[in-house]
Design a protein around this ligand. Sequence first.
Ligand code: GLG
Length: 807
Amino acid sequence: MSSPNTPPVSAQDFAASILQHLKTSLGKDAPHASLYDWRMSLSLALRDLVVDPWFESTRRTYEARGKRVYYLSMEFLIGRLIEDVAVNLQMDEVASEALESLGQTYEKVVADEPDAALGNGGLGRLAACFMDSLSTLGIPAYGYGIRYEHGLFEQHFDKGVQVETAETWLEQRHAWEFERPEVNYPILFGGHVADEDGKAVWHPEETVIASAFDTPVVGWEGRWANTLRLWAAKPDRNFDLESFNRGDYIAASAPEALARTISRVLYPDDTTDVGKELRLKQEYFFTSASLQDLVRRFLSEGGDLKSLPDYVAIQLNDTHPAIAGPELVRILMDLHSFEVSDAISTARGCLAYTNHTLLPEALERWPEDLFARVLPRHHRIIQLIEAAHFAEAGEQVRIIEHGEVKMGELAFVMAHHVNGVSALHSELVKETVFADLHQAYPGRIVNQTNGITPRRWLYACNPPLRNLINDTIGTAWPDDLEKLQGLNAHLDDPAFIDRFQAAKDTNKARLSDWLKDRDGVSVDPAAMFDVQIKRIHEYKRQLMNLLETVALWNEIRDNPNGAWTPRVKIFGGKAAPGYVVAKEIIRLINDAGAVINGDPATKGLLQVVYPENYNVSMAEVLIPATDLSEQISTAGKEASGTGNMKFALNGAPTIGTLDGANVEIRDCVGAENFFLFGLTAAEVAARRMEPDYARHAIEASPRLGRVLEQIRSGVFSPSDKDRYAGLVDGLFNHDYFLVTCDFDSYFDTQRVVDTAFADARSWTRLAALNTARVGWFSSDRTISGYARDIWNVRSMLATGSGDRDVA
Ligand code: GLG
């Protein structure tokens, strides 16, 4: 019932293809095949089905000679691919049937795939959703990034403390990629720039080779497939034979080791500016390779570089690829004899930049001397860009200032459009970080509110709800998510609400089993599953959630016969390894959880669960099973959020602040259907100006004061009573994220949630209403917006009436 279209092959033929791969690609026969062998064979058999649409898309793009999108991103947080591909090809049921006929369980085989964790959080996951939507909409596009050997670290808890170990997804063969040994570009570093015959000539000192690996990304119903091209770093000469012959084996392999370092690890933080030479080299490495690649493609089709902006739209995902501006200018000037001003305007015609955060510590700045040492030619070009910018807009905003190269300003100046990622965020971008540049270039800043792919974040991860929706409104919604509005007509149909509840129950039972199997933790599926999953950061305020948990624990103990709504508080997320306070918060959640979970007085009423190593695959199990979505950041700090959208789509109402896309979610579901609390962004800014605001808030709230005293005095750390003294003092003295000020409002709103949840039917109606009303948050809508407002590209998918209008 659930696959709207006919699958490309039958279960029988697909089983044969799996067996063929088992034999010829894995060298095994069925009786001796391991889970890994089956998983690889399944993946390769699925990949075979992607190749034809992929070739066809490439062929049509070349023929049409239309504009292509190049999405440059330091991160692509892809997760697993088997289900994604199976679902997009309508092969999920066929694959399951085929494996069953071979004596294997589809779910088990799928779960064997390691997550491709080439990203930290929202920014990287957004890039992955965008790739899915670009293919679904039939927009010719390449994603460009780095093929990290080690993705985001694995998180373990040792007595509640986060411990990190290296992630090793490439230790096994990666089934989805095609190595392109012939696609290589030299990436140059260091050296000096000499003036020769009036021309600046770069004499670099070091060369690393960028080598391509391609993964096809197939869209909905296999209509179109684009390429994700990831670059791996290699030495320009593999091996120093001379050293080897001298017996110096370490020196012999040094070039290789050095070069490979560049694509070795993902930096585990996207919210601070990492002042590391290696990071700068990574950024330049993938940006330069990508630009060389797209220029080569353009020239091979006979293009004239002056018209590059008509054929090429380059999107910079945050400032990480901001070096694209000067690099494209360098290519045009040094390699193709452009005049400075032509080079700058041509490059700017191609480039656009997405800002993802207002946190000042995330706007990259490089020490000028380091920058000039690693990229001396680009240092000079940035001076030319700055001069051109001064001539155009006056001198009030510098790109190089106080001995630093400011990448946010560079990206802004070199982009024809700059966008924020939610309505509120885009306004704040205009008013704060880029206020002066906004004055200088009015109209350059636009908004594109983020979105999520409904194929992965509903269709694939939530089969019970998917089936209910198909039965209720038909099967046209996965690529036209506004169709979910059709569910509104069923909100007062008791049979529909029953089935919605049954779907949620199934998902909660699945999560309960998963927690039991994985961590040996038992939870009561009848309790409210209250979930906060995201990176651990002070601005996201997991600490406030924990304080509220302790306050609730106190209240239940004080009043054991109250009509309490049973809750399971579920946390998930990693802290950047160097982020001390975030790691303390993790430890406190685990410590407090241990005490609360062990208390017979609150057993069955309150439980804290924190499964370790949160990742995309875990999100796919947690989100469909969630009753309440926690989106509680300090207003003005979360640029958008995308988890908030995933929860609402899967039928979890939100408790949240007026921050990021929460604002727009609330507009869509209706104010009365959103549990709003806390200060607004403007109030936050005003409160920070008041002296001693935190101390006053704590004094005004005996409930909060009691919780803080318990934590400070070691109630949750009896063997080390002062463990959290510093954390608590921090709240009194510099509570920058206003945990104390929003606490009471948050606690009170949670009690409103308790009451609402106790009325099961009206809660389920509320949940279903969320699903019905958030179709606007599809990343197809977001990508259509970029295509129309920023890239000026069209879909290649013909509908009955000519080109499909993506706008
Ligand atoms: C950022 C922001 C999020 C945003 C995401 C995608 O912090 O609020 O949703 O990008 O735009 N670094 C991030 O995760």
